[in-house]
Write a protein that binds this ligand. Structure first.
Ligand SMILES: [Zn+2]
Ligand SMILES: [Zn+2]
Length: 311
């Protein structure tokens, strides 16, 4: 079968690979859409937990042999530890990610443990379904921020996760939503989906700020523009380095929360929420063009905002 394979540092290629072999309690999923994630674009530049050769892709939807339309929660958790039992499965210390620790969705077919399959309604088209995973991420971040209905929300970064954060904030009656985004293409999308203010940088104070970029500058800004006592949720992973004024965060009682992935309940909630959101900002490409679009995005191209690959 055809697959987009991470073959060496900063290299991805479309290759013919051996077909999938199913393990116990696994089913074959025929991929319909697989989203390219920012974490993958950043993640293959240096040695990490993604070890080549690897079929990446943790954001995918498709059909089973039996014809079920499914979204796949890509987090494989142990199910028996303290965190799994207390339903914080996303924090399982031994969690594995499909598309990172084992083969993912940038292929015609994937082996998926049955416990990770979730039905999606026939009314949700594949392009929108392909954005369920980023929506689940934003929903989890929203919950970590305390589900702050009616407040002033700042979002740094107008990529897929930032846009999903904007949509979740608007869907929850935020009084004001601002987005900081440097690319004019992405800024335009943020405006189109309803952000009240979009510029190169945030202006003023916010009750909650989501950092969907994750470098030293954006982390500093996420604290500077926060109201005393406010919460910033960090989702971005552009860089491990930070250089913020921790003493100011102490004096003004600002909370920093890291956000990664989502619970199974949040993933299901994202499936239910997806039809209600404006998810028109993806572009679908044939898997055979996957290497070209992946490398273009990796090298800084800002459009499409979200690329989905279709085998
Ligand atoms: Zn992702
Ligand atoms: Zn566990």
């Amino acid at each position: 079968m055809k697959a987009l394979v991470y073959t060496a540092l900063s290299v991805v290629e479309v290759l013919d690979v051996p077909d999938v072999v199913l393990g116990e309690n696994e089913v074959l999923v025929h991929v319909e859409r697989a989203g390219i994630c920012g974490s993958e674009l950043h993640g293959i530049h240096q040695p990490s937990f993604r070890i080549p050769p690897l079929i990446m892709g943790h954001e995918f939807v498709g059909r089973t042999d039996g014809g079920r339309r499914v979204a796949v929660n890509p987090l494989l958790t142990c199910g028996t530890c303290d965190l799994c039992i207390s339903r914080k499965t996303e924090l399982c210390r031994t969690r594995l990610l499909l598309g990172a620790h084992r083969a993912g969705g940038f292929a015609e077919r994937v082996a998926v443990p049955t416990s990770l399959l979730h039905d999606i309604p026939d009314t949700l088209d594949w392009d929108r379904a392909g954005l369920i995973e980023p929506v689940a991420n934003a929903l989890h971040a929203w919950h970590l921020a305390g589900a702050p209905s009616g407040q002033r929300i700042g979002v740094i970064g107008g990529g897929p996760i930032g846009l999903a954060c904007i949509e979740i904030a608007l869907a929850n009656n935020a009084s004001y939503v601002a987005c900081a985004e440097l690319s004019s293409d992405r800024a335009n999308v943020a405006k189109e989906i309803g952000a009240h203010f979009v510029a190169n940088a945030l202006d003023g104070e916010f009750d909650v700020i989501f950092d969907a970029v994750g470098n030293a500058t954006t982390r500093t800004k996420s604290l500077e523009h926060l109201i005393p006592g406010g919460v910033t949720v960090w989702l971005g992973l552009a860089s491990a380095e930070s250089d913020f004024d921790a003493a100011a965060a102490v004096r003004f009682e600002k909370t920093i929360r890291g956000s990664f992935a989502y619970s199974d309940e949040e993933f299901v909630a994202a499936i239910e929420l997806a039809p209600l959101l404006n998810l028109s900002w993806s572009t679908t490409y044939p898997l055979t063009q996957g290497a070209d679009i992946f490398l273009a995005l990796m090298n800084g191209q800002t459009t499409p905002v979200k690329a989905l690959l279709q085998p």
